[in-house]
Ligand binder design. Structure first.
Ligand code: HEC
Ligand code: HEC
Length: 316
């Protein structure tokens, strides 16, 4: 019996060496991956002229539908069009600080080309190829139409430049390393994709675009996994507020099935709900924007929301 021990021990040593080698190999692959992904490949060339010549008036609607001012307006000043940034955005991963996207050439994005804006919204990439954190909801905006980017760019150019940069993000060391976002993107980000379910009904399909892409409604009205990505089975079924204050309600028919399309239209215009007074919290900022949309867009949003499949509210 004992004679069997030495070979067993030798093989366990060999096994351990193999495991160590394998771990090293995995580590090497990860490092190689980081190096390869460290600078993302921008979907559009900086000089791509196809985003030029947009219409600023139409861009104002994209801006409102995209809810950009709710995050990028400088807090503590009434003018929502002064996009100096600085809002502190709490998250389970630390405190994000929203940047200045006013046309200021040094502190804002005044020196960007229209294609640079396209790369940010569609690819989640800065002009120098840095990955953006998905706290900037580009995983929803990525499905934006190219003509809408051109219009949005033309509109942003008309806004007042604001001097001063936002403070840096306040993140734990582990999350400060931007190349790691490349891995998150491999797992959860599908460039150019829209989650909109289309039916061929033009109003419904416009609603799909407004809800899933520009309005990024699911970014708040869903639950997220440990890596901060939306759990598909909880889409629109509610979840903990990304900022950690309370629970964002389920907006599938499970909860608001009694609301008519016109109830939803009215809420998007005035904030009033058919059941409990006015919406508050971050939804009141959303309403500030949806109230500026053409009525037909609020109707389109309402039709799409009414068509969502019922989903059970996840347990927080
Ligand atoms: C939920 C809050 C939020 C909303 C809504 C939002 N952003 Fe942002 N945005 C951010 C954050 C946070 C960052 C910083 C991301 C980073 O540092 O990785 C950012 C970054 C950006 C940048 C890059 C700025 C730079 O200096 O590199 C641009 C451009 C931008 N957003 C444009 C927009 C536009 C246009 C909209 C509306 C369509 C919008 N954002 C809506 C939070 C938001
Ligand atoms: C920034 C986060 C955020 C975004 C984006 C957002 N919502 Fe909300 N929404 C909320 C919160 C928080 C509430 C709860 C407000 C309250 O009850 O005071 C809410 C409430 C609602 C309600 C009322 C539900 C009820 O039972 O009272 C509806 C309907 C709704 N949102 C639809 C939408 C639609 C449609 C969009 C996209 C156009 C959207 N929301 C985008 C955060 C958000």
């Amino acid at each position: 019996m004992t004679t069997h021990h030495p070979p067993a021990r030798a093989s366990s040593v060999r096994m351990r060496a193999m495991a160590g080698l394998l771990a090293l190999l995995v580590l090497a692959c990860m490092i190689a991956g980081i190096v390869i992904f460290a600078e993302g490949r921008a979907p559009f060339h900086h000089d791509d002229a196809s985003f030029n010549g947009g219409d600023a008036a139409r861009g104002a609607i994209i801006f409102a539908a995209g809810d950009c001012a709710s995050c990028h307006a400088r807090p503590g000043q009434p003018d929502r069009l002064k996009l100096g940034g600085g809002l502190a955005l709490a998250s389970p991963f630390g405190m994000f600080s929203v940047p200045n996207i006013s046309p200021d050439p040094t502190d804002g994005i005044g020196s960007w080309s229209a294609a640079d804006l396209a790369n940010a919204l569609v690819g989640g990439l800065s002009p120098t190829g840095r990955h953006y954190y998905p706290a900037f909801p580009y995983p929803s905006y990525t499905g934006i139409r190219h003509e809408d980017i051109a219009d949005l760019y033309a509109y942003l150019k008309t806004l007042p430049p604001v001097a001063g940069r936002a403070p840096p993000h306040d993140l734990p060391l582990l999350f400060r390393f931007r190349p790691a976002i490349a891995f998150w993107k491999v797992l959860f980000f599908r460039q150019g994709r829209s989650e909109a379910v289309l039916t061929g009904d033009l109003i419904h399909d416009r609603g799909g675009y407004l809800v899933e892409t520009l309005g990024h409604c699911a970014d708040c009205h869903s639950s997220r996994n440990l890596l901060g990505a939306i759990k598909p089975e909880t889409r629109f079924a509610g979840g903990i507020d990304p900022e950690g204050t309370g629970f964002v309600p389920n907006i599938t028919p499970t909860r608001i099935g009694e609301w008519s399309e016109s109830d939803i239209v009215r809420m998007l215009e005035t904030g009033e709900t058919p059941v409990h007074g006015r919406v508050g919290s971050t939804m009141s900022d959303v309403v500030t924007n949806t109230s500026q949309l053409p009525r037909s867009d609020r109707e389109a949003i309402a039709r799409y929301i009414k068509s969502l499949p019922p989903r059970l509210t996840p347990q927080p």
